[in-house]
Design a protein around this ligand. Sequence first.
Ligand code: TXA
Ligand code: MG
Length: 352
Amino acid sequence: MHTETIYADSTGDLRAVGEKAADVLRSGQPVALPAETVYGLAADALNPEAVARVFEAKGRPAHDPLIVHIANRDQLRQVADVPEEIEDVLKQLRQEFWPGALTIVLPKTDAVPDSVTSGLPTVAVRMPADPVFRAVLKAFGGPLAAPSANRFGRISPTSAAAVEEELGGRIPLIIDGGASKEGVESTIIKIEHVPNATKPNFHILRPGPVTIEMLKPIGRCKLPGKNRSAEQIKVEAPGQLDAHYAPRTPLRLIEDPADFTPEEGKRYALLTLDGGKKSKMMDAADWEVIEILSPGAGKLPEAAVRFYHLLRKLDGMDVDEIIAEAVPTHGLGIALMDRMRRAAVGSGSAEG
Ligand code: TXA
Ligand code: MG
């Protein structure tokens, strides 16, 4: 299949780009497009054949459900049945974080095909903020299912070039809207109503740009793993237990520099937050290459924007192992550490 790439200037008139994408989507084909988080591979969320093409293009197993992207409240009602007891909280979350990088798991309506939710009674929904994504939603006029636009298990794409590397020849259209603004996938939460409590519980199924610090005023945040069995996590957060975001080159996450001793003759790459004097890793080996996540003053948000790009870059270099240095575990650092851990688990295999 020939893959066409078109450019979208997000500060300009996006109607023509939206219409072109909508034509492809109406024909039941998927379209890769920018989101503020990472690039997505969108398809008509209410058309099972279109959804099947997304799974096929990604090589994604059917048990890993998709996020449904909406443009407005009517579309929210179309895909989700919101229980009365969480209506107020949902309203607060919408007002605070939509459009934006927060995905909320809600009971699904019959309109959503089982293939989108992998047979679950719930659907993950978010309203994206990226102007190109919004223009496509507007032109298409219906909800769009969109996973990240990478082959299953691989590094998420934060540029059109990365999508081309992942899915070129497998999809008809890529919309190039420049680099993703956030750089890591949306935060996914499930709301648990707690009778007689002042606040509900938010189960964080995937940490992301909407941080615990940001969610805390509205609900009590619970990270997975705490008091939850692997089986519970598998049911509530499918696709979140396995290795993900993985480079082909083996990757090791180092939380304590004392744990790392370089082996003679091995070529290592270092991925570090700021490469400053505070980093004990800078002198820990004769690095083949060093990539700094936050060379400016942007710290964790800057690191998130650059993370997948640098991981992909290091994976394309001729080194034996990528050493990722742990980042602080607050704010966006929680999402970064989550991605680094999963990248380490899945790394080093030729197949994924
Ligand atoms: O930022 C993002 O969320 C990007 C952009 C394109 O919007 N999308 C994205 O999709 O990261 P994906 O498919 O790579 O990750 C979606 C994850 C699934 O792996 C699964 O864990 C979770 O969302 N998910 C989807 N539906 C769910 C449900 N009903 N219950 C629990 N988790 C669900
Ligand atoms: Mg993904």
